[in-house]
Design a protein around this ligand. Structure first.
Ligand SMILES: Cc1cc2nc3c(=O)[nH]c(=O)nc-3n(C[C@H](O)[C@H](O)[C@H](O)COP(=O)(O)OP(=O)(O)OC[C@H]3O[C@@H](n4cnc5c(N)ncnc54)[C@H](O)[C@@H]3O)c2cc1C
Length: 454
């Protein structure tokens, strides 16, 4: 008997129209939002149901093909870049909001639900789903679960893991598992953030909050980046819990201004954007306290007008695209350090980048210590390519030596995997390998991502 090839077998599960094997079309599934990483998948199949996912995972295992889930493909850790010859399961057609219980403040969604669409839907009911990655227009809730996505409001409200109540998951063997808190809480905590390496999430139940009634936007400009970053712990120590507290350096503002002028203070070395929310009284009181912190610092900080703050907050959403105005390519890093080490970490990164004459734009969710140093380079200039790659290592090491971690929110994927072995001690690395092996003995699920090499 002639055995059918994997694509024909996939077509028998999801239909011919939902299987891609054409080389040109496959090309578009070979990359994600990470520059400089590319793979060549063998087959892409779009799942429409949980049963499709289970059958496709079984098929890939039988065919001994590396298998990975694809959501919005906004990964910045090359988490969605397939290994050559991989079997990709596209989850974007599974995008329904299955249930929204406004009274209980719970919702159940399929993994391909787009984050912003879901957040907008619940907001229309006076509810808040806080995880707000800046990629929310394209990222999916399934991808957010897989990466434990955070965002500007993570400091006050938490990250994706804090809102997941239950999951349905297809394991490496194609078996379907239903997990719910509190009983399977530790297991859910392990799956969230496992980057599709332990199973493929097919349904997510999330908690929602009542939306705050009032909010206000603020912008504080500083003479240099050190002053801005040293101000961050002081704002928190003053008892403020901002809904968002973002840091932008001078080069980031320069890029934004080149893309679309909005009067950002590019001559200022550092900018803090703050959003306060709560009751009207809380917002008023916190706004006053924020001004007091700035005045008491006496460090040339300046409070911008409410109009400027609103405009600059809008500008912030365009950072990634605007960096192309400085150099055509970038390596976007994502580290997290203790708040008190923000200033020294940035100083060290700048010194190293300066020694290599490489422009590095730095911004991040400063309240929780997340920094995104972006190494900007021209792929046609060999010196810059080498310098950008070197800086990737410098940035990773600077996070670890500051007592921080390799990733604040983007995950480890393929970009940070080479540094995992230096980030943890031998017993921890062994425990990690045993966990991966227990869930995925053959190692087919998102092969090459996240876990330390054997
Ligand atoms: C401009 C920009 C801004 C960003 N800002 C933020 C930010 O503020 N905070 C933040 O956390 N991240 C941010 N990111 C990174 C990225 O958006 C997040 O990692 C996001 O959670 C990925 O979602 P996605 O649907 O695009 O997932 P994908 O990129 O499609 O997948 C990411 C990983 O999850 C796996 N995966 C996807 N779906 C599933 C599933 N259903 N089951 C199991 N595994 C799955 C994939 O195999 C891959 O390993 C940003 C990215 C960009 C481009």
């Amino acid at each position: 008997m002639i055995r059918e090839d994997p694509a024909a077998r996939a077509a028998a599960i999801v239909g011919h129209a939902h299987v891609i094997t054409d080389a040109d079309a496959l090309w578009t599934y070979g990359y994600d939002a990470t520059m400089g990483y590319r793979g060549r998948p063998a087959v892409v199949a779009a799942a429409h149901t949980e049963a499709d996912v289970a059958a496709l995972v079984r098929l890939a295992a039988e065919e001994r093909m590396p298998c990975l889930a694809r959501g919005g493909a906004t990964s910045l850790a090359a988490g969605t870049v397939p290994p050559d010859g991989a079997f990709v399961i596209d989850l974007n057609a599974m995008r329904a909001v299955r249930r929204l219980d406004v009274a209980k403040r719970r919702a159940t969604v399929e993994p391909g639900a787009v984050t912003r669409e879901f957040r907008t839907l619940v907001a229309a009911h006076g509810l808040l789903y806080p995880p707000d990655p800046s990629s929310e227009a394209a990222a999916t809730i399934g991808g957010n679960v897989a990466t434990n996505a955070g965002g500007p409001s993570a400091f006050k409200y938490g990250v994706t893991r804090d809102f997941v109540r239950g999951l349905r998951l297809v394991g490496a063997d194609g078996e379907i598992h239903a997990l719910a808190r509190p009983r399977e809480g530790p297991l859910i905590d392990l799956i969230v953030g496992s980057e599709g390496t332990l199973g493929i999430v097919t349904e997510i139940e999330v908690d929602l909050l009542e939306a705050p009634v009032a909010r206000s936007l603020h912008a504080l400009t500083y003479a240099d980046d050190q002053a801005a970053l040293e101000s961050v712990p002081r704002i928190i120590e003053a008892g403020l819990i901002p809904a968002k507290l973002e840091y932008l350096d001078g080069l980031t503002m320069e890029a934004l201004e080149r893309a679309r002028p909005r009067g950002l203070p590019r001559e200022a070395g550092g900018l803090l954007l703050v959003e306060l929310d709560g009751t009207s009284e809380e917002v008023r009181r916190d706004g006053e306290r924020l001004r007091q912190v700035l005045v008491s610092e006496d460090r040339e900080g300046r409070v911008a007008s409410a109009g400027q703050a609103g405009l600059w907050w809008q500008a912030r959403t365009g950072i990634t695209a605007s960096l192309g105005r400085i150099r055509p390519a970038k390596i976007g890093e994502d580290i997290c350090v203790p708040r008190t080490r923000l200033a020294t970490t940035v100083r060290h990164i700048r010194r190293e980048a300066g020694a290599r004459h490489l422009p590095v734009a730095i911004f991040g969710h400063a309240a929780d210590g997340t920094l995104h140093p972006n190494m900007l380079y021209d792929p046609a200039v060999a010196r810059e390519v080498v310098a950008a790659r070197e800086m990737l290592q410098v940035v990773a090491e600077s996070a670890l030596s500051a007592g921080g971690v390799l990733s604040g929110e983007h995950g480890l994927g393929r970009v940070k995997r080479p540094f995992v072995a230096t980030a943890y001690d031998a017993p921890t690395l062994n425990a990690m390998r045993r966990i991966k092996h227990a869930f995925d003995p053959a190692g087919w699920l998102n092969t090459g991502a996240m876990w330390p090499q054997a």
